[in-house]
Design a protein around this ligand. Structure first.
Ligand code: BTN
Length: 334
């Protein structure tokens, strides 16, 4: 059951821009009107701004831009996202936390969100900036019992679904760079990391981590990221309500997971991928485990592998590689 603060915020969000009567809130929650006032005072100190009008009640004028557990929960309930939220202000990595939660028997689809990570993980053993700078750090703990061969396509499907929603609902034309980078104008805006525990040829569970640069300012990042990365705020020139955005993206991932598990994603996978992919037709350099190859991207294989045509005309299929454009983004666009 939702807490008092979450329920108050949910009712205010549902009623916005109208007012919610204090006595109706008090009655629903089984509390006195003074107690409701006390909760609003506490939320006010946490960055919420309310308007109170005699005989009308309260309305929400604004909320914090950073993640606030109850505000995020309220948005998730408003969006009818049924997954449970596990919020941590600080954690080593939301991936590690998901491992603990799965080991302790958590339910399928638990969503973990942190404001700060002290040991954020990226792909290929790299670290991921986890500072509390206005970025979103999300991990989902799924128990799909899915054939391992589907894992690559699962990550691609989630990436393309995120591009679709960011494009459709926020007008942000991100593209997905195989296998898991969300790009804008040659810069990385988000990354996806998928890990799993394997039993035989099945993925017993999947830990899906997503890091999105949202309201962070490029100048606050380490120098090596300043040329390579970008935030949603820098793309559109305005700050995002992180709680509303996070709830919408969490709902998108949960729905996309269900679609994938049921197999109904198959009908739209190719079209969605083609609509958002970044590399098709591009000359690329692929760093494999022991060698580097140059080629042109010609598409995806059945399991989500990247198919390259080499200069010799030979086609190769890449299961895992670090792929970069052979020419800089600027050169290609000009
Ligand atoms: C990449 O290298 O592109 C993948 C980055 C994934 C980062 C996210 S942030 C939330 C989750 N927790 C982590 O420690 N990493 C992932």
């Amino acid at each position: 059951m939702a807490s008092v603060d979450t329920t108050i915020l949910l009712r205010l969000l549902e009623a916005a821009p109208n007012y919610v009567s204090g006595s109706i809130l008090a009655e629903e929650l089984g509390l006195s009107r003074v107690s409701i006032w006390g909760h609003l005072e506490k939320l006010n100190k946490a960055g919420f701004c309310f308007e109170a009008i005699r005989n009308k009640g309260y309305r929400l004028l604004s909320g914090p831009y950073t993640i606030h557990k109850n505000f995020l929960e309220a948005y998730m309930l408003k969006e009818q996202v049924s997954s449970r939220l596990h919020y941590l202000s600080v954690v080593d990595s939301t991936m590690t936390e998901a491992e603990h939660q799965l080991a302790m028997g958590c339910e399928d689809g638990l969503t973990i969100v942190a404001s700060k990570m002290t040991r954020g993980r990226g792909r290929r053993g790299r670290s991921w900036l986890g500072e509390d700078l206005g970025n979103l750090y999300l991990t989902f703990a799924f128990r799909p019992d899915m054939p391992l061969v589907k894992m690559q396509r699962f990550t691609l499907w989630i990436g393309a679904s995120l591009c679709e929603i960011l494009n459709k609902d926020y007008g942000i034309p991100l593209q997905i760079k195989w296998p898991n980078d969300l790009m804008y104008a040659g810069r990385k805006c988000a990354g996806i990391l998928t890990e799993s525990r394997v039993q035989g040829d099945k993925a017993r569970d999947i830990i899906l981590g997503i890091g999105i640069n949202v309201n962070s300012s490029i100048k606050d990042w380490p120098e090596e990221l300043q040329q390579k990365a970008i935030s949603l705020e820098a793309i559109v020139g305005r700050r995002f309500n992180m709680n509303a955005l996070a709830a919408h993206l969490i709902g998108t991932v949960q729905k996309s997971y269900q679609t994938f598990i049921s197999g109904s994603h198959e009908a739209s996978f190719e079209a969605l991928w083609a609509c958002h992919e970044y590399l098709r037709g591009q000359e690329v350099i692929a760093q494999l485990e022991n060698e580097t190859v140059n080629g042109r991207v010609i598409g995806l294989g059945e399991q989500g592998n990247l198919i390259l045509a080499l200069e010799s005309g030979k086609e190769i299929s890449l299961e895992a590689a670090e792929v970069t454009l052979a020419k800089s983004y600027k050169n290609i666009k000009n």
